[in-house]
Design a protein around this ligand. Structure first.
Ligand SMILES: *Cc1c(COP(=O)(O)O)cnc(C)c1O
Length: 362
């Protein structure tokens, strides 16, 4: 038995994998795999349309928003967003970790990137106060990373951007709970954490932000307007990843949608954090109120003991528990596809591990 707690690419729902397995060689009686379908065929078009409809249902996306399935990962959006949206060449950033730093640095290539708040002073272990940001009139948007995959923090409310559009990197939290899409100008997320296999990147954007007057030099494939007009097929899209995302959307709907998903995710997070709070061996690494529901970061406080735990737990079937190389320590990613029972098994294993080691220490 393998318990996969990897931060991404991550575990996929078993039912989705079984469904894809059944259809692998013959999709819908076509005698072809989805991998072999032309991206402009009727069958593939249906896959895209259904995925869009299901995503729209799940997130209750208002009619004035558009869904794009793109390539290049969240990282390409760090460039695409400024190219399409930075009309005054100025955007604000809330610095909450590695991914906002990357987005900030990328945006600097295209215009002025302004740091509005930061939690760098305490190594990104909290979300900075975003109530009195110095928002100037000429800001085109404010960029946030809603769930910080590496550090294990998350925004518990959106920053007050004084009317400026919020651009949110939701790569590791999209579809983990209901959100109010109308509060955002643009949402983007790579598929490989909570939606499907790596390849597709989803952009949900308010229609008035999809414009013709993008920054000169914007590659045609990166211009949202081109992708919108061609229904995400300006060029060949990541077909198989989109197909798998579509299956995941249906799986979430079957479970009961995003409220049901949230309940399960809260349950998993509670299990691990409750244990971390009572443990004498492991402790959480970020401020409690900002703890991520998706990525629980923790440590024994000692690099060697952390590494030992990674090695030992691997023998018992637990993989992906090593923290990101930038922060060290340990991390369990609890994305939608991770069953409650897997988290139960992890906590049980950690308890036993602790009890054996602590006895040894006395
Ligand atoms: C994983 C991740 C990224 C990077 O995604 P790529 O698809 O590898 O570009 C960016 N932001 C967040 C929040 C992530 O979790």
């Amino acid at each position: 038995m393998t318990y996969n707690f990897s931060s991404g690419p991550a575990m996929m729902p078993i039912e989705v994998m079984q469904g894809a397995h059944r259809e692998f060689l013959d999709y819908a009686g076509s005698g072809m795999s989805v991998m072999e379908l032309n991206h402009r065929s009727v069958l593939f078009n249906e896959i895209v349309e259904e995925a869009k409809t299901d995503l729209k249902d799940l997130l209750k996306i208002p009619d004035n928003y558009r869904i794009l399935f793109l390539q290049g990962g969240a990282s390409l959006q760090f460039a695409a967003v400024p190219m399409n949206l930075m009309r005054h060449r100025k955007a604000g950033f809330i610095m909450t970790g590695h991914w906002t730093k990357r987005a900030f640095e990328e945006a600097q290539m295209y215009g002025e990137a302004v740091k509005l708040a930061s939690s760098e002073d305490r190594n990104y272990t909290y979300i900075p106060d975003c109530n009195n940001l110095s928002i100037t009139d000429d800001l085109d948007y404010v960029h946030i990373c809603e769930n910080n995959t590496i550090y294990g923090t998350r925004f518990i409310e959106l920053p007050d951007t004084m009317g400026k559009d919020v651009v949110s990197d939701m790569s590791s939290c999209i579809l983990s709970e209901p959100i109010d899409v109308s509060k955002y100008g643009l949402i983007f997320a790579g598929a490989q954490k909570n939606m499907g296999p790596a390849g597709a990147t989803i952009v949900i954007v308010r229609e008035d932000l999809v414009r013709d007057d993008v920054m000169p030099g914007t590659p045609s494939v990166m211009k949202y307007k081109n992708q919108l007009e061609s229904n995400s097929r300006f060029n060949t899209p990541p077909c198989y990843s989109i197909y798998m995302c579509g299956k995941v959307f249906k799986w979430i709907k079957k479970i009961g949608g995003l409220s049901a998903m949230k309940e399960l995710n809260q349950k998993k997070a509670k299990m691990i954090y409750e244990y971390l709070d009572e443990s004498r061996m492991f402790h959480g690494t970020v401020d409690r109120e900002f703890r991520s529901m998706a990525n629980a970061t923790f440590t024994t406080g000692n690099i060697n003991s952390d590494m030992e735990f990674v090695e030992e737990s691997k023998k018992a079937g637990f993989v992906g528990l090593k923290g990101h190389r930038f922060v060290g320590g340990l991390r369990a990613s609890l994305y939608n596809a991770i069953p409650v029972e897997h988290v139960e098994a992890l906590v049980k294993y950690m308890k036993e591990y602790e009890s054996v080691r602590m006895r040894g220490a006395i």
